[in-house]
Ligand binder design. Structure first.
Ligand SMILES: O=C(O)CCC(=O)C(=O)O
Length: 245
């Protein structure tokens, strides 16, 4: 569904969009069941909270989530998400498999995600989707974003040295974004974001995925790290010979 001009203006200025509708409960339940199995079987690749204790309770992140069963791809290509992405990326959308493509498990006491921007300011290409399998709250360390920071000057880095971000004016402009289970948050991957410690006794699961517009100037159409999820891989640059020449 196309966003109103005002919503589109607001989201482009601020760099994020929170979908008004939730994914269906049945899909969220199936994602959680699949994730229980992945955690229990400790199937690599995994990022551990603590590499000294490789137990299901120490699984911080399941990597390569799109290789772990069709339910994850079903979520990643859900029409609610692709319809919303069309507002920012246009009609030809690719899902990227060599960026993000993971599920944050964030078990109890899971440590912070340090402040960072996913892409350099001169790479306005990727949109990130966070798909929530469980509710995300201030207490369990929900994501914090700096609205508008995707339009910062070129010289600001993707990451600041340890602890330095919290001394920047940017940090004081950050907002927490609590989300319900089944909620989806889209943001320009250049936006500064980070997440706090999970101070509860439950996990806080969310999938992190990256999307981009099929590039009008991509002459090579088949890239194994890009899956076309909507539209077509058309060349819209200058045709040669130019019609009528
Ligand atoms: O919500 C989180 O824990 C962090 C999300 C994030 O920044 C990521 O997955 O790259």
């Amino acid at each position: 569904m196309p966003l109103s001009d005002e919503d589109l203006w607001y989201c482009k200025q601020n760099g994020y969009y929170r979908l008004p509708n939730l994914l269906p409960d049945n899909l969220v339940d199936r994602l959680n069941e699949a994730t229980d199995c992945e955690i229990f079987s400790m199937r690599e690749p995994i990022v551990w909270e603590d590499t000294a204790s490789r137990t299901p309770a120490a699984v911080r992140r399941l990597s390569k989530i799109l290789d772990r069963g069709s339910t994850y791809l079903e979520a990643a290509t859900h029409p609610l998400i692709l319809d919303a992405l069309e507002n920012f990326l246009g009609p030809n959308i690719e899902l990227i498999t060599n960026k993000h493509n993971h599920l944050m498990v964030r078990p109890p006491n899971s440590g912070v995600v340090p402040w960072h921007a996913g892409e350099h300011i001169y790479e306005p290409v990727l949109f990130t989707a966070l798909i929530y399998l469980q509710e995300s709250t201030i207490e369990n360390g929900c994501i914090r974003i700096v609205p508008g920071s995707h339009q910062r000057p070129f010289h600001s880095p993707k990451r600041y040295p340890d602890g330095e971000f919290t001394r920047q004016a940017l940090y004081h402009r950050a907002l927490p974004v609590p989300m319900p289970a089944g909620g989806v948050l889209l943001f320009d991957d250049r936006l500064y974001h980070g997440a706090d410690t999970n101070n509860t006794d439950q996990s806080r699961r969310s999938m992190t995925l990256a999307y981009r517009a099929h590039d009008a100037h991509d002459v090579l159409k088949e890239d194994p790290e890009k899956t076309l999820v909507r539209g077509e891989r058309i060349y819209t640059g200058h045709p040669h010979p130019f019609p009528g020449s």
